[in-house]
Design a protein around this ligand. Sequence first.
Ligand code: ATP
Length: 292
Amino acid sequence: MRLRAMAKINLGLDVLGKRADGYHDLRTVMQTVYMYDTLDITMRVRPGIIVETNLPFLPVDKGNLVYRAAQLLMDEFDIKNGLHIRLDKHIPVAAGMAGGSADAAAVLVGVNRMFRLGLSRNELMERGVRLGADVPYCVLRGTALAEGIGEKLTPLPPAPDCHVLIAKPPVNVSTRYVYEHLRLGADTVHPDIDGLLASIKSGNLQGMAAGLGNVLESVTVSAWPVIGEIRECMLENGALGALMSGSGPTVFGLYADGGQAKQARDILCRSGKAKVVYLTKLFHSGGSTRDE
Ligand code: ATP
């Protein structure tokens, strides 16, 4: 069974406050993009989960979310067979694009189908949150508002179509560092999530692009100026809006015009500011399947 695990970007991300358990309450608009890891899942007669990946630095044991996702369902349903999972990563790792969560979600969907467990999408999402706050969204996909720690989801109408330029600078940003250094105070500039939702609901691309906002940029742009430089480069080269995704460091730009987006991609590549530069489109969940 072959599955595609799609990456996400955050069109808007606001942090409302810190909870007693150390997590933060978020309000974020998530959007799937057509950038994906490929998973080939094969049933084995002998028990055990074997994970193999193209990235030698990734764990292949319980440290990998695909292993944990498979184990979760196989334990619950007492599955005696084993699984071989070949994971080909194309989504940048630790980049704010939820690559690991997308892989985990794909495995939940794949194991459910392979062993005919009969779990509904909601039931998979309920299990997914045990693996990570973004996993339920990665099961759902498309355009959605995520609240709580990211697990309370409200599906939205598909965001207006556009070209998406994705660029990851060669810096390592730890999610923990970003949240620990976030100072929420009276002078914090919060993104207008309600305005963003209104633009999405009315299919207004210009409004959506103008409404992009991520409160975490207040930490990352000063610590890693290249994030702001990439955003500016995108805006100077025809982007309707540009923003850091999640806790970074990946930046994306939205373009109405495909030609302009290609030009911006070439300029960014030549600038040497980004290690990964990728031009793609939004992915809408309705009617699509995970199989190739
Ligand atoms: P988010 O947007 O949710 O913050 P991210 O893009 O920052 O996610 P990921 O790429 O999902 O981060 O994962 C980062 C860490 O998780 C890595 O350090 C890696 O070791 C570990 N990890 C475990 N499983 C995977 C996986 N299948 N793919 C990528 N990273 C994984």
